[in-house]
Design a binder for this molecule. Structure first.
Ligand SMILES: NC(=O)c1ccc[n+]([C@@H]2O[C@H](COP(=O)([O-])OP(=O)(O)OC[C@H]3O[C@@H](n4cnc5c(N)ncnc54)[C@H](OP(=O)(O)O)[C@@H]3O)[C@@H](O)[C@H]2O)c1
Length: 314
């Protein structure tokens, strides 16, 4: 199969097209013919070898990046009964020892594979899983967001943020979205945010106070504007941010601030699919790159774009 692979960790110039064997699915795995792969904001970190250091793994090369993907089931292991050849599915796997989704095929543990909700295209499903499950865990398990509460989504035009806006509306929260640029503001409005501000130029603290203050905040980008916005948190307010956000958000004393990681589970995937199916839902794909342009996709990560970037391996 064709894959965008690394012979060693390092800069973007190390990503190159390679011919690799199709991975063999184990008894509890699904072999996916990958038609869409997500390019994650964290992929450069993995490309540089930082995940291998962090998790203490011993990676082998050629190394294939990509923790999100979707496509058609090509084969299943003997213990897998939920999927059969020909099903459309999406999946996630961070630092998969059998290789990531920047490839024509990927073998993934079946408990991290899900049917594609009807209203999503394969392309959308492939870029969604990590950011959607991170958004959902932040809102549901960390912030314990309740109907009627006011929530700020900071970074609302980004991968996690644009999905969080929609999931928070499903939960019944009042959403104040802080997005980057006029295009980010327009996207967040279209996705149903109750109020939207441009975090690159507006006075976010004033806008958040005009919104009535904030019970909770999901922060996906850090910096001075973030910390200023957090001054509008109510006493005993809650802030959640996924590890990776830098600089680390600072909130006034009395506000509970919690960082967290994605913890994928079949139950969460089911919950996500139910929430997606229960109303309109958009996974915004800004740009799609062919597999041999994976390095360009990594360069694009450094620029402003909305939602997600995708690779099309097939
Ligand atoms: N720990 C975990 O389990 C986990 C899981 C997934 C992701 N993450 C991490 O979470 C972070 C966010 O991920 P992501 O996929 O959502 O990244 P992303 O797509 O880059 O989204 C971040 C968004 O924040 C925006 N932003 C930056 N400064 C802003 C400001 N002052 N005002 C308004 N918007 C602003 C960015 O806009 P621009 O386009 O202008 O830059 C971008 O749209 C990353 O660090 C990622 O690695 C962690």
């Amino acid at each position: 199969m064709r894959a965008a692979a690394l012979d060693h960790f390092g800069g973007v110039e190390n990503i190159h097209l390679a011919q690799l064997p199709v991975p063999e699915p184990g008894p509890d795995e699904v072999l996916l013919r990958v038609e869409s792969a997500g390019v994650g904001a964290w992929d450069p970190y993995e490309r540089e070898g930082e995940f291998a250091k962090m998790f203490g793994t011993r990676p082998t090369f050629p190394y294939v990046l990509g923790s999100d993907g979707a496509g058609t089931v090509a084969a299943v292991g003997a213990q897998v009964h939920r999927f059969k050849e020909g099903d459309h599915a999406y999946a996630l796997a961070l630092t998969n020892p059998k290789g990531g989704f920047y490839a024509e095929y990927a073998a993934v543990k079946a408990d991290q594979v899900s049917p594609i909700p009807k209203k999503l295209t394969v392309e959308q499903a492939g870029v969604m899983p990590s950011d959607a499950l991170t958004a959902l865990r932040g809102l549901d398990e960390i912030l314990k967001l309740q109907k009627g509460e006011s929530l700020m989504v900071f970074g609302a035009g980004g991968g996690i943020g644009h999905l969080a806006v929609q999931l928070a509306k499903r939960i019944g929260a009042r959403v104040f979205a802080v997005a980057s640029g006029d295009d980010g503001v327009a996207l967040a409005k279209r996705l149903g945010a109750d109020a939207v501000a441009n975090g690159r130029k507006d006075d976010i603290e004033a806008a958040a106070r005009a919104f009535g203050g904030l019970d909770a905040a999901l922060v996906t980008a850090g910096g001075e504007a973030t910390d200023r916005a957090l001054r509008a948190m109510k006493k005993n307010g809650r802030v959640a941010w996924p590890n990776g956000v830098e600089p680390v958000p600072n909130a006034p004393s009395g506000v509970k601030v919690q960082n967290y990681d994605i913890e994928p589970s079949p139950q969460q995937l089911e919950k996500l699919n139910r929430l997606i199916e229960s109303g309109p839902f958009e996974v915004h794909v800004a740009h799609v790159f062919p597999l041999d342009k994976a390095a360009d996709a990594h360069r694009e990560l450094d620029k402003h774009y909305l939602g997600k970037l995708a690779l099309r391996p097939q």
